[in-house]
Design a protein around this ligand. Structure first.
Ligand code: ADP
Length: 637
């Protein structure tokens, strides 16, 4: 028996690939997308066409293989018909990629009619040819005009049309889809052209379309890949939105910080004057209440700013030598006042051999300690708070081991992991009356991890809690801290006392808010320093040209010209009297990066509002000429 008339190897290969593709599209399922559905139907149609063509070429056209005439002719006609159908599907598939236009609607309808006409022609062809074929006259010997029209020209038209659709809409496609579509078309058309001019007897038939379907499948139709691309697009979009939101958040924080700190500055500053000058006990008590409310408002703002700094990666650990006794003193003084108000006992036990001279970020260590102690007071109604400080020494390093325990409300075991999440407050039923934002421990935890420190909690619900802190610090001097209480007592006795006197020094304070000028004047009253003021940058520039000042405190944000603009003018004035005068930026802007920005703009130093009396005095001691300053006692470090 002779082999089939046409070599079938490509058809069989196409068939195998086709089956594999059908399995893939079926297994992967389709998204709810038009193109996906059309593509799946496309692969099924091609499979049917492929089977028919294989059968036609294997049996239908071989005179030796005897099969009845009717199925033989049917195979013949169907194989041509499916050729057209598959290229028609190319047009449908191409159309799924783009929005419908008027012209395209016209062509779509035309294509539909053409496809219907082709089906009619196939039936006509079948009927016409039927009487003419016999076992000795196989179908392909018959005059074949309708078959040719069906087979080649309609195919070419459909493919060309699909290609034009892709070409016209190419701008709407991403690069990957564009390359995929045009390579797939190149393959299909290349194969058809090859077959038209082919003299070798090799027929690729379905191999071309299958190849191009694979290209489409991998290039644009793989659902996972499409999902991934869509997800990546969404992620990119979300990232942009998050960046935008973050920028707005920072701007909002900067503004809020400024807007809130400025009035608090006035409230706390003026209130401090009441405390210093009022004789009436009752009024002093009221003023203390104002102070504590003002400070707690300020601490909330500071917490929000700190957290935003940490999250923006802008929080830095600024290490410098410091005395642990002074840090401890500040914390203990602050907490004992609060403990006393609630009738709580506050015990402090410090290992007397603990080295006093340490090196680390004093401000942050104090903030951590105060935060944990504050919580102990806040969440305890009766009983006592205990602070114990020990250390582990290793050469020039020590780890501060701090234990803060209370006899307060305690924390449920399941709530412990939530303590360090920002904005998470636990056991709200019991804590409703306790003020808090849920930021404190989140900041403590983050600050500690920046210092390679740790925090752990042990708690019994209803009985009390103990927080264990480990903070690595460098040792700078071996002098032991000694009897901590002596220093503590010394520090707590007596009220405000100015740190220095400087009646010969003269400073210029520039601020557009009059009350702020009054606050600075009042805060420095006892130092005897002579103070001049200006309410605008322009006024400051004139004054700075006429008179020499030992230091200038310059508000940054002012209407018209701001401080940063006035600064270079003062520094470079012709015949100016303050070309080298220290100029300290006075600002309510305390958000991340503000300090660096002001220093880089040329300010000598930076002081945030609300102005703290001691911070202001310390700053002036640092920058006033030493021969004009007489320091008071030992407090002025
Ligand atoms: P808050 O501003 O609410 O005090 P924190 O972050 O400092 O925020 O604390 C988070 C939560 O942990 C608090 O709301 C409180 O429920 C719980 N907590 C913290 N310290 C203690 C403590 N010493 N005793 C009991 N609960 C505490």
């Amino acid at each position: 028996m002779r082999a089939a008339m046409y070599p079938l190897s490509f058809n069989i290969a196409a068939f195998i690939f086709n089956i594999a593709l059908c399995v893939l599209v079926t297994a992967n399922g389709t998204e709810d997308k038009h193109s996906n559905h059309t593509f799946r139907n496309f692969t099924y149609i091609i499979l049917v066409g492929n089977i028919i063509t294989c059968c036609d070429q294997a049996f239908g056209r071989d005179p030796v293989v005897m099969i009845p005439n009717v199925p033989r002719l049917a195979l013949y006609v169907l194989s041509f018909l499916f050729n057209s159908l598959l290229t028609y599907f190319f047009t449908l598939y191409a159309e799924t990629f783009f929005e419908e236009t008027k012209t395209r609607r016209f062509f779509s309808t035309f294509n539909r009619f053409l496809m219907a006409a082709i089906i009619v022609m196939a039936v006509v062809c079948f009927i016409i040819k039927l009487p003419h074929i016999g076992p000795d006259r196989p179908s392909y010997y018959l005059p074949d005009i309708p078959g040719y029209i069906l087979a080649y020209y309609s195919e070419l038209y459909f493919l060309l049309y699909a290609m034009i659709v892709f070409f016209v809409g190419r701008k709407d496609l991403n690069r990957r889809a564009r390359i995929t579509a045009f390579s797939a078309f190149a393959v299909t058309i290349g194969v058809i052209v090859f077959e038209i001019f082919n003299t070798t007897g090799i027929l690729f038939n379905y191999f071309g379309p299958i190849l191009s379907l694979y290209i489409f499948y991998i290039g644009v139709e793989t659902p996972d890949y499409k999902n991934l691309l869509a997800t990546m697009d969404k992620l990119e979009e979300a990232r942009k939105r998050a960046d935008e939101a973050n920028r707005s958040k920072s701007e909002f924080l900067a503004n809020m910080s400024h807007e809130i700190r400025t009035p608090i500055n006035a409230v706390i500053g003026m209130n401090e004057m009441i405390i210093r000058e009022a004789g009436d006990e009752k009024i002093i008590e009221y003023a203390h209440n104002i102070e504590s409310a003002g400070r707690s408002l300020l601490s909330i703002i500071n917490d929000i700013l700190d957290l935003s700094k940490i999250e923006a990666g802008k929080m830095k650990i600024n290490e410098a030598p410091y005395k642990f006794s002074s840090l401890l003193n500040d914390a203990v003084v602050m907490i004992s006042v609060k403990a006393k108000e609630k009738n709580l006992t506050f015990d402090v036990n410090v290992d007397e051999t603990l080295p006093d001279g340490l090196y680390g970020d004093e401000l942050r260590v104090r903030q951590i300690l105060v935060n944990v102690l504050n919580n102990a007071v806040k969440y305890t109604e009766k009983g006592k708070i205990n602070l114990s400080v020990n250390y582990d020494r290793k050469d020039t390093e020590c780890i501060l081991i701090i234990k803060v325990s209370d006899t307060g409300i305690g924390i449920r075991r399941e709530d412990i992991p939530k303590l360090f999440e920002k904005f998470d407050r636990v056991d709200l039923n019991k804590n409703k009356a306790v003020e808090g934002t849920g930021l404190g421990l989140a900041i403590v935890k983050r600050l500690l991890s920046m210092m390679q420190g740790t925090i752990e909690v042990e708690s019994e619900y209803g009985v009390g809690s103990t927080f264990f802190l480990r903070i690595p610090q460098q040792i700078r001097s071996n002098e032991p801290i000694g009897d901590y209480r002596t220093k503590y007592r010394k520090a707590t006795s007596g009220g405000y006392r100015e740190l220095f006197h400087a009646p010969d020094a003269r400073i210029l304070v520039v601020d557009d808010t009059l009350i702020n000028l009054t606050v600075v004047r009042a805060l420095l009253k006892k130092t005897g320093i002579s103070i001049e003021t200006a309410t605008s940058a322009a006024e400051a520039i004139i004054k700075a040209k006429e008179k020499h000042y030992d230091t200038i405190l310059l508000d940054n944000r002012m209407p018209g010209m701001d401080g940063a603009e006035a600064l270079p003018i003062i520094r470079s004035q012709k015949d100016g009297m303050n070309l080298n005068t220290p100029i300290i930026c006075l600002t309510a802007d305390a958000v991340s990066g503000a300090r660096e920005r002001y220093l880089s703009e040329g300010f000598t130093d930076y002081l945030t509002k609300p102005i703290e009396s001691t911070a202001l005095e310390r700053m002036l001691i640092k920058y006033l000429p030493s021969d004009k300053v007489t320091k008071n006692g030992q407090n002025n470090t």
